[in-house]
Design a protein around this ligand. Sequence first.
Ligand SMILES: [Cu+2]
Length: 91
Amino acid sequence: MKILILILSLLLSLGALASRVEVDVNGMSCSMCVEAITKELTATQKAENITVKVEDKKAWFDEVKGKKITDTEIKTAIKKAGYEAVKVRRK
Ligand SMILES: [Cu+2]
């Protein structure tokens, strides 16, 4: 039992349970948009496993282990790429 708690707290401290983030994005129209958003999210160094889909008007990513990305940071990154993040959801 003690070992389980130890492992769990270790995982938590490493941020292994970091959340998956879903963002609604306005203004995308092609694969260049996808590239621009992926590039800016990557540049925050807090997002990985990034997926962007024009047809769904959404972007998804995992927080990098041990790092927290705020809604403002997400919106700023997407604005920098030239688009608007209208909603952020975390799972
Ligand atoms: Cu485009």
